[in-house]
Design a protein around this ligand. Structure first.
Ligand SMILES: Cc1cc2nc3c(=O)[nH]c(=O)nc-3n(C[C@H](O)[C@H](O)[C@H](O)COP(=O)(O)OP(=O)(O)OC[C@H]3O[C@@H](n4cnc5c(N)ncnc54)[C@H](O)[C@@H]3O)c2cc1C
Length: 460
């Protein structure tokens, strides 16, 4: 980076840090491979306004310096790692709920707003909820959710973040600021908001968003069922969704996870719904009919209570790494027709890789057409890790599934993306060239051409 670039950045953005402690924090995210893949940026810009973000991007574009957006760095795919150094733009200064239209159920907030703060404002000041509660709600930002197509634990009722977004404010690589969306279901050309949702900071930097909210729920009900096979539980979920019932939480754990989390020997289905009382009662009645019809044993609410008490527990990836063990998760998705095969074949493929010490899975998010299977796996060393992902990705792509449902691609899955998207990846490349001609925005991610040179991962 040219020596005077920091001065140029400081002339357009009040807070720019080159403090080694700040650079170290900005060098990584929560990816299992982050300890090995971390790379220090040369500077961290901490803008407080959209104008400052736009000006920083313009400076970096002109100077051809890589610029990596970062929210709270809770991402688990290496997306916020500045793989070529350069500038990290820490967006947490763009925080706060700026307006709420209670009548239209719309909330406008800065991209750097932390998830728990956003929800607390909606509930405390307006009697509303966003309905978005990822496990990482207290360690992630609104912009990060949008950039990665995040899913919360209550997604079966409220949808994923891409279902909630109504409009965006985005700073482009050349310093322009655009606003997308707004009125409900506009047919004024393609949905420009969705172009940036899931683009992981490679096409523009999201600076603010308008989202749909909901009245805070007045009723909550819980139920749980045990199934002799995972496939039977999957079928119960399919039939529940097919009837139009959308319980906020619908999670089916395989025997390994049911034993670990619930001390049960069957495949446990955890159900929780909330909202308007009449709707909730109807949903729980359908859940009970389908749960019973597919052979589920009524377990009462106890497993749901356990789930609520432990749902934010995590394992310490850095501590595992110090023991030579890598633990990671893959959240893959497919239609109901192939979902049982996806679960069986992905877990079997990973288990067959030499060095694997654990594989398990649960169905975590469900829709009318299919669901997400969240697989946890662990093994020894980087070579094992690469082989496990290669084996899993081959199965997912052969079955026509999605390699990610809500964590995104980042660096971790970049090598698979051209195969996953086929010729459509070429369109993404074209869009990237049009919106970011110098290629400075988050290079090395999404399998896009990288003007700063091939990233060493996983070869290095
Ligand atoms: C313990 C734990 C639990 C988790 N649980 C869930 C879960 O339940 N559901 C879920 O969906 N995810 C979960 N995650 C993953 C993570 O929290 C999400 O990916 C989240 O969306 C990342 O938000 P962030 O603010 O931390 O983004 P970061 O990690 O800082 O960034 C993620 C990516 O988005 C880009 N980016 C960030 N902000 C912007 C912006 N404003 N504009 C453009 N690009 C931007 C970055 O460049 C990077 O590529 C979990 C992670 C952890 C560690």
């Amino acid at each position: 980076m040219a020596p005077d670039l920091v001065e140029q950045l400081r002339s357009v953005c009040e807070r720019v840090s080159v403090d080694p402690a700040d650079l170290a924090v900005a060098s990584r995210d929560r990816w299992a491979m982050a300890p090995a893949a971390a790379r220090s940026p040369d500077a961290v810009a901490l803008p407080a306004t959209t104008a400052e973000v736009a000006a920083v991007l313009a400076v970096c574009s002109r100077a051809r310096v890589p610029v990596t957006p970062a929210g709270a760095r809770s991402g688990v795919c290496g997306g916020a790692i500045p793989v070529h150094g350069g500038v990290v733009v820490d967006l947490r200064g763009l925080a706060g709920v700026t307006s709420v239209d209670e009548r239209s159920l719309l909330v406008h907030a800065g991209a750097g707003t932390m998830g728990d703060a956003l929800e607390a404002t909606l509930r405390g000041d307006h009697g509303l909820t966003l309905g978005h509660r990822p496990q990482s709600v207290a360690i992630s930002t609104l912009g990060g959710w949008l950039a990665c197509r995040s899913a919360g634990q209550y997604s079966t009722r409220y949808g994923k973040i891409e279902d909630m977004v109504v409009g965006l404010e985005v700073a482009l690589a050349d310093g322009r600021v655009i606003r997308t969306g707004g009125p409900p279901r506009a047919a004024t050309g393609p949905d420009m908001s969705q172009l940036f949702v899931g683009s992981e900071g490679t096409l523009g930097v999201i600076t603010a968003a308008t989202l749909r909210a909901h009245p805070a729920p007045v009723v909550e009900r819980r139920a749980a069922y045990g199934f002799a096979s995972f496939a039977a539980g999957v079928d119960a979920c399919r039939r529940i969704l097919r009837r139009g019932a959308t319980p906020a939480v619908l999670r089916l754990y395989d025997v390994a996870e049911s034993a670990r989390s619930f001390d049960r020997s069957t495949n446990v289905l955890v159900v929780l719904d909330e909202g308007d009382g009449r709707l909730v009662e109807a949903v729980l009645a359908i859940v009970d009919e389908e749960g019973t019809a597919t052979g589920g044993d009524d377990l009462g609410p106890e497993p749901v209570e356990r789930w609520l008490a432990t749902r934010d527990d995590t394992y310490d990836t850095d501590a595992l790494a110090r023991q030579g063990i890598v633990g990671d998760t893959m959240e893959v998705a497919a239609s109901w027709s192939v979902l049982p095969a996806l679960y069986e074949q992905v877990t079997a493929a990973v288990a067959a890789v030499a060095g694997t010490v654990w594989t398990s899975g649960h169905l975590s998010h469900a829709y009318g057409d299919g669901a997400c299977i969240y697989i946890t796996f662990a093994g020894a060393g980087t070579d094992w890790y690469v082989a496990a992902w290669d084996a899993a990705a081959a199965v997912v792509l052969a079955l026509g599934g999605a390699l990610s449902h809500h964590h995104g691609v980042g660096l971790a899955k970049a090598r698979f993306l051209a195969a996953a998207l086929g010729p459509a990846h070429g369109v993404l490349v074209d869009l990237k060239r049009a919106l970011d001609p110098t290629g400075v925005l988050n290079p090395g991610k999404l399998g896009l051409p990288d003007p700063f040179g091939e990233v060493a991962w996983p070869a290095g």
